[in-house]
Design a protein around this ligand. Sequence first.
Ligand code: SF4
Length: 314
Amino acid sequence: MFKEKIVVRAVDDVNFTVMKGETFALVGESGCGKSTTGRAILRLTEPTDGEVIFNGTNLALLPYEKMRSLRKHMQMVFQDPYASLNPKKSIRQILMEPLKVHSKFDKKESLQKVISILQIVGLSEYHLDRYPHEFSGGQRQRIGIARAMILQPDFIIADEPVSALDVSVQSQVINLMLELQKEFGLTYLFISHDLSVIQHMTDRVAVMYLGKIVEIAKTEDLFNNPKHPYTQALLSAVPITHPKEKKERIILKGDVPSPANPPSGCTFHPRCPFAMEICKSELPDQARFEEGHTVNCHLYSQNKEEINYAISHS
Ligand code: SF4
């Protein structure tokens, strides 16, 4: 007897645009599909369908060799700097490698580039022949950033780049990323579950829940006026920054459902304090507000009486 094959849609029907020079955030709980989205853009995880348009080219259709040569324009900074650096290679070898694969520089020119990028990220020539285990977490992430930067990319996907670091070091790495963005005109896709970091360093935010985007807005709009019930719950958990500030925490019932067996209709309905009958069976369409603020929720497409009824009975 053969077991039935289970199809898990880690990411489904996700659609967003990252503008040149901006920092666009993907936020959501662990397992919501934000890292898979980032990896699918670079085809580190092959998407099964859809398009990824980079400067007019659909990356999803590119043959492997062409994709490889385009990768120099798109790089990734990973969450765990220790796991993403080969412990058997020195910093010189780690940083020379992308240049060997993607550039035509001779050895001397490559070495100059490596030294220069080390200085840019706050390290020095002195660190060239050291190994990853000889560095602190913050320094290792600087090396990860140097590796991503060495080919002078246009676009960097940073997947939880500071979540493995001590709080005291996080701000140093964030400031480094902001300085590099300013100096080199970088575009970032910043993946994080940390809303304080997102508020500090991003221009626009997409909120993901169970493999789908539920809300997109400018960062300021999202934090001042979250519309989706899931976003409201997420933001209610951000610690207050002033003793006079008052905030009511929204506790969601239940756990995030398994992506192998997602709920019907709006996948957030088993946990949503405002769920209506329609939410159990129909996927919400996208509602559009000012300044590119979009929300996928029936609350914004149903009539007001029904909404009020649902809210008063939640
Ligand atoms: Fe809640 Fe319904 Fe909106 Fe989903 S569509 S977030 S269940 S109100």
